[in-house]
Design a protein around this ligand. Structure first.
Ligand code: SF4
Length: 370
């Protein structure tokens, strides 16, 4: 179908040093020096060059190299990929270009190379600064390594993000608060904070089933999420999305593109592509259509996505949904009554309570156009 230009590009690298116990991402633990990795990276560069030739990258504003663990494949492969990216599109400073990194595979040389070749944001998978918890999660790094990774990243990158997890087995509120404080004090400009979820087909899932691991306590997770908000807001961050905090000007533009319905191109195994025009939105993954939405469903999805962000939905967006015949006023009135949404400054915004019961909030809006 004729479609709007892609605004965001995602490149997937499906390899890790080892497999974490909770992870259900499209990735595998392999040795970085294998033929498989070399062939995969060559294929990815080929796909990138082809996309450039077809004109698919002409309007790309953000790039995200994610995984898996991109830094696991090492400097040679990553620098070749960034070099090819630089030839394929205008990788200027205005383009946000993020590389995901894990502490065990980041070193000073790699930091310098990534930065020199046009990456301008590093997102580091820290998860916790507690060695015991890192061991429980099956992470391939220590807390000290994570501290070192942030320190190294900051020698070149102004924009450094760090991921932390909460609601981990044996994690205390005080321990989690110390993690959040430590990350903020280490000078990161962005933080993503996720509660542990138990996904099917993971070692954690099996452990919960046989009773050797307790299911995460949702109330404890909610308390930790609230504590993170308190600490980070006091440290000058703002919560611009349910799980994301940034210092002013350091919000992730790539993720914001996903949450504001901008079309994106995904290259590599299991990378999703979202193609759309004014009346149709399709998502394709590994050659399979996973979503095919009409105009009404698009409007409902955009409202749902808007509620993930603190700024919520504008009155214009709501009016456009109304014009398509969606009972949006009824839904918003109901959500306001439940305390999940508040109408202020010309926008409908999610409340803390709305975010805590996210499934209700998002589900009610998606149901506007099933
Ligand atoms: S490092 Fe990340 S992608 Fe790799 S196994 Fe662990 S959680 Fe999954």
């Amino acid at each position: 179908m004729p479609h709007d230009p892609y605004r965001a590009l995602y490149l997937h690298i499906p390899f890790c040093a080892s497999r974490c116990g909770y992870c259900d991402f499209a990735t595998r633990a392999v040795d970085a020096d294998t033929v498989e990795v070399t062939e995969y990276m060559e294929g990815l560069i080929l796909a990138l060059r082809r996309a450039a030739k077809q004109g698919d990258l002409a309007c790309v504003e953000t790039v995200y190299i994610g995984g898996g663990t991109p830094t696991h494949v090492g400097a040679k492969h990553l620098t070749q990929l960034l070099y090819a990216l630089g030839l394929s599109m205008h990788l200027t400073d205005e383009v946000e270009c993020t590389v995901e990194a894990n502490p065990e595979s980041l070193d000073e040389r790699l930091v310098r190379d990534l930065w020199a070749l046009g990456a301008n944001r590093l997102s580091i998978g820290v998860q916790s600064f507690d060695d015991e918890l890192l061991g429980v999660l099956g992470r391939a790094h220590t807390a000290e390594k994570a501290r070192e990774a942030i320190r190294m990243a900051r020698t070149r990158f102004e924009n450094v993000s760090c991921d932390l997890m909460c609601g981990l087995p044996g994690q205390t509120l005080e321990g989690f608060e110390a993690d959040v404080r430590e990350a903020a004090a280490a000078g990161v400009t962005h933080m993503s904070i996720y509660p542990l979820t138990i996904e099917e087909h993971t070692p954690f899932f099996r452990a919960v089933k046989v009773g050797s691991l307790e299911e995460p306590d949702e109330d404890a997770q909610a308390t930790m999420m609230e504590a993170a908000a308190r600490i980070l807001i006091a440290a000058g961050f703002h919560r611009y999305e349910v799980a994301n905090y940034a210092l002013p000007g350091f919000e992730s533009r790539h993720n914001t593109a996903y949450w504001t319905g901008k079309p994106y191109l995904g290259l590599g195994a299991s990378a999703a592509t979202m193609t759309q025009n004014a009346t149709r939105r399709m998502r394709v993954q590994d050659g399979e259509v996973t979503d095919d939405l009409d105009e009404r469903q698009m409007a409902a999805e955009d409202l749902m996505l808007a509620m993930r962000m603190a700024r919520g939905a504008s009155e214009e967006q709501v009016a456009a949904a109304r014009e398509l015949g969606l009972s949006v006023d009824e839904a918003l009135a109901e959500l306001e009554e439940q305390g999940a949404v508040v109408h202020r400054d010309g926008r409908y915004q999610p409340t803390e309570r709305g975010w805590l019961c996210g499934n209700v909030l998002y589900g009610r809006l998606l149901d506007l156009a099933p």
